[in-house]
Write a protein that binds this ligand. Sequence first.
Ligand SMILES: Cc1cc2nc3c(=O)[nH]c(=O)nc-3n(C[C@H](O)[C@H](O)[C@H](O)COP(=O)(O)O)c2cc1C
Length: 316
Amino acid sequence: MSIRTPICDTLGIEHPIILGGMMGISDGILTAAVSNAGGLGTLSSATFGVDGTREQMTKLNELTDKPYSVNLPLFHPMVPDLIKLLPEYNVKIVTTSAGNPAKYVGILKEMGIYVIHVVSSVRTALKAEDAGVDAIVAEGSDSGGKVARDEVPTISLIPQVIEQVNIPVIAAGGMATGRGLLASLAMGAQAVQLGTRFIASDEAPVHQNWKQVLIDSGDSATAIACKTSSPTRLVKNEFFDELDALDEPGKTAMDFMPKQNEGSMRIPDDSDGSRGNYIAGTGTGLVREVKPVADIVREIIEEAEAGMAVMRQAFV
Ligand SMILES: Cc1cc2nc3c(=O)[nH]c(=O)nc-3n(C[C@H](O)[C@H](O)[C@H](O)COP(=O)(O)O)c2cc1C
């Protein structure tokens, strides 16, 4: 039996696997690779700037004719300008995150765009559904990058969100394999969104040192820094401690950007992974090899299919 769910038909994709928008990483090449492999790529936007996003979209449209999404981080002042680009590039799917989608859902729907919104609690899921979004990514605290202060893990967040909303739910946070996909579908999710796994791909535009850190990391490699003001999951090392030391009430994500950029600049000279900024989810221990995106997607599907066969025989 092939692993397909209704959202695959809605989005026009083959496999229920979505590349999460990742600042500066989910570029045109990585996004196209995931879409060409039968999943849904998501292009990151604001960090490229308006002109940079235009360039990435041009490249993306050259590399694929498959569906893809564009991530709009709603806190960013550039969002209205980015929205203006969407019709020009015939964008059909948008993933909004880091803010309240109510302000933009109407405009996006008028453009005929399918809107997916990222949430990390039942409360924000209900708010997004009320605002009129078409689907939700429920992202647990296992996820790489910004996480919610309440730190609800993916395994308990997904079923609670699914119980409460009547729109499709996509599971995100800590998943990297077919087992994670199968577990998410068993909980009622219609797809998974992965970030960390796709960083360790041939196509991801990050330095080899970052990919190596993921391969070398085990199950307890990451933790949440800046819990008071801007909780962020990343690999524990010297940089983690430096970032965490800057945490104080009232700060926002933007306040940590200069330090995060400093940590990212260190990566090319950080051969032992001790001083760089390595944003990653709890699934690092499941990332064992850097591979082409197409192989990652195929292996996830094959593992999920094999897992279904095992489950059928597991019950007496
Ligand atoms: C390096 C990195 C950067 C990210 N940047 C963004 C972002 O700009 N916008 C967003 O909505 N999510 C962002 N995320 C979250 C991903 O889209 C995705 O939901 C998450 O990575 C899933 O968890 P996983 O990393 O455990 O697979 C980021 C994640 C990572 C690892």
